[in-house]
Design a protein around this ligand. Structure first.
Ligand code: NI
Length: 230
């Protein structure tokens, strides 16, 4: 399941973040790539632990925690500290799969990467190329979102970033471990949650129908109780 979270950050937050990120030190992105990915990765990153990374990362984590669509779609258990990359002058990232396990920098904490996230910081018209292409059994999904919007996709997917031939693509990327490991189960819960919310909006004043909505909410929580890993 591929989910878009529109306007995770406001335009002001995006602009403040860009100022901080553009002034930071940038290094070869291969520094954090595994053996396979290093052969196809060509971009720049800010080193992990850099003050700009921490500051903007905290803004992102706060926004995620307050975003009902993200919480419902991801059911996050642990979120890896956001990292940042940029592509320009034809840079790209060939087809790869993200590593299954990541260790938090400077900590013994590890996560299983269930979901990968890309948050866009540049408006799409300001650069050519730089599409995130995610492969699943329904084909290839091409994603290039407005500044401040985020895409979530299963970390199990093969994916690549097309060459940036004009301008600069600036993004944050990170992974998370979900309370629900299986993408199919997580999608079912997300659909059920969206349905219950829509039902809630239609029902006000109809007592019998409101009772049915409570019953479906019970089913949602009982499925979550069966499937959640903490
Ligand atoms: Ni990747």
């Amino acid at each position: 399941m591929l989910v878009t979270i529109p306007d995770l950050l406001t335009k002001e937050q995006v602009s403040e973040a860009k100022t901080l990120l553009e002034a930071a030190e940038w290094i070869d992105g291969r520094a954090t790539a595994g053996y396979q990915a290093a052969k196809t990765k060509d971009n720049q990153q800010i080193p992990e632990g850099h003050p700009a990374t921490k500051q903007v990362g905290e803004t992102i984590l706060r926004a995620l925690g307050q975003n009902p669509l993200f919480m419902s779609a991801a059911l996050p258990l642990r979120i890896y500290p956001p990292m940042f990359n940029r592509y320009s002058g034809g840079q790209n990232f060939g087809t790869h799969v993200d590593g299954a396990i990541r260790q938090f920098p400077g900590s013994p904490v590890r996560i299983r990467t269930d979901l990968s996230a890309t948050l866009f910081f540049e408006e799409p018209e300001n650069y050519d190329g730089g599409e995130l292409c995610v492969e699943d059994t329904y084909g290839v999904h091409r994603v290039k979102l407005p500044a401040g919007s985020l895409v979530l996709y299963p970390s199990t997917s093969l994916h690549h970033v097309t060459p940036v031939t004009r301008g600069t693509r600036l993004c944050s990327f990170f992974w998370l471990q979900s309370m629900i490991r299986d993408d199919g189960q997580r999608s079912l819960l997300f659909d059920l949650d969206l349905g219950i919310q829509r039902l809630g909006g239609e029902l006000s004043g109809n007592e019998a129908a409101e009772k049915i909505a409570v019953q479906f909410t019970g089913v949602y929580h009982n499925l979550l109780r069966q499937w959640a890993e903490m």
